[in-house]
Design a binder for this molecule. Structure first.
Ligand SMILES: Nc1ncnc2c1ncn2[C@@H]1O[C@H](COP(=O)(O)OP(=O)(O)O)[C@@H](O)[C@H]1O
Ligand SMILES: [Mg+2]
Length: 347
């Protein structure tokens, strides 16, 4: 390597071979089955797929908040540019004790998470203001006056007016959209490097949804954080993301920059998702094409393509006989489908 060789920037987070198994009465469910992805500093990665494919388990695994029955393996290399982690090598978040001090200093402070249902983030027993202030007091300052000032400032940043009054209200006094904004303000009050947003706008009506997405984009520009945006909605992906990972039955079946996914989708599942996407100004009379069939439950699955039963392009004797390797379409585009693979043994 010469001195001029430019080192590509290391990703903020590199997830490798993430597996989550859950013991069920009728066998082992491989709910997340060997997931790899990277999140770059300041960028947005979209994780998209139908309900039940393992998006929430994957995103919660990053900060170690899945329930005990989730047996998790793999590595989650976190390369912070903030002290004290910035000094050393990447830190494997999965190797940390999920109840230990280290992960607790990262969770909420450097990696924050917001959910579809804000009531999972707020306790109904305390005022919104107190809860945001509490997060700031744990992670940022011990000074109560300063913490309150920061909390009020954050409420203002997410577009909540009359902050002094709102500060003293309880979660039930906020509308759904306002609670979502308040949760975002709590998540961002510690200026995290990574925001994990799991279906953050799914419960909101479209107008409020657009406002919340706009807000996230604006705050990302202001604070420079990376976002992992989990959604089943490709419209949101198009609006928000730099990179996309398409998930199906516990696996990432296709991954590429956002524009590439929309212009040049490869996996039959990605193509199906795109066809089922409503188009602005499209012919409403035309029925949306949706993907037939439903996602199977990955309990005692034989090694085969999980999309086999629903795939119009399946190759019998190939796709149902072995697990599917990832094929590199280009430097930035990978797909897990035998239509593009040289490794079609087993016919
Ligand atoms: N604690 C659990 N016990 C048993 N099954 C679970 C548990 N958590 C999730 N699952 C199952 O794992 C699969 C993936 O779940 P999840 O990650 O929540 O999917 P998504 O967020 O993509 O809708 C689903 O089939 C779900 O029912
Ligand atoms: Mg989910």
């Amino acid at each position: 390597m010469t001195a001029e060789t430019v080192q590509p920037q290391q990703p903020l987070l590199r997830v490798q071979d993430l597996k989550i198994r859950i013991q069920m009465d009728n066998g082992v469910m491989n709910a997340v089955d060997g997931v790899d992805f990277e999140i770059r500093k300041g960028k947005t990665l979209g994780l998209v797929g139908e309900s039940g494919c393992g998006k929430s388990l994957t995103s919660r695994a990053l900060i170690g908040i899945n329930p005990k029955e989730c047996e998790t393996s793999g590595t989650i290399a976190y390369r912070s540019s903030q002290e004290p982690e910035a000094k050393g090598e990447a830190l494997d978040l999965l190797a940390l004790d999920p109840n230990g001090r280290k992960i607790r200093s990262i969770r909420g402070r450097k990696i924050a998470m917001i959910f579809q249902e804000p009531m999972t983030a707020f306790s109904p027993m305390y005022t919104i203001g107190n809860q945001i202030m509490e997060a700031i007091l744990i992670h940022r300052t011990k000074n109560k006056k300063e913490a309150k000032k920061l909390a009020l400032e954050m409420l203002g940043k997410v577009g909540i007016s009359d902050q002094e009054k709102r500060f003293d209200q309880y979660p039930h006094e906020f509308s759904g959209g306002m609670r979502q904004r308040a949760m975002i303000s709590m998540a961002l009050s510690c200026n995290p490097e990574l925001l994990i947003a799991d279906e953050p706008t799914t419960a909101l009506d479209v107008t409020i949804q657009a406002q919340v997405l706009e807000l996230m984009k604006r705050l990302q520009q202001e604070f420079g954080m990376a976002i992992l945006l989990v959604t089943h909605d490709l419209g949101i992906i198009a609006e928000m993301c730099d990179e996309v990972a398409v998930m199906y039955l516990g696996k990432i079946v296709e991954q590429a920059p956002m524009k590439e996914i929309f212009r040049n989708p490869k996996h039959p599942y990605t193509k199906g998702l795109l066809r089922s996407m409503p188009r602005l100004g499209g012919n409403k009379a035309k029925r949306l094409e949706s993907i037939e069939g439903s996602v199977p439950i990955p309990v005692n699955m034989p090694p085969m393509c999980g999309f086999y039963d629903r795939c119009k392009d399946r190759i019998e004797g190939v796709c149902n006989r072995q697990s599917v390797p990832a094929t590199q379409i280009s430097d930035t585009h990978t797909v897990r489908c035998f239509l593009y693979s040289d490794q079609k043994g087993g016919q």
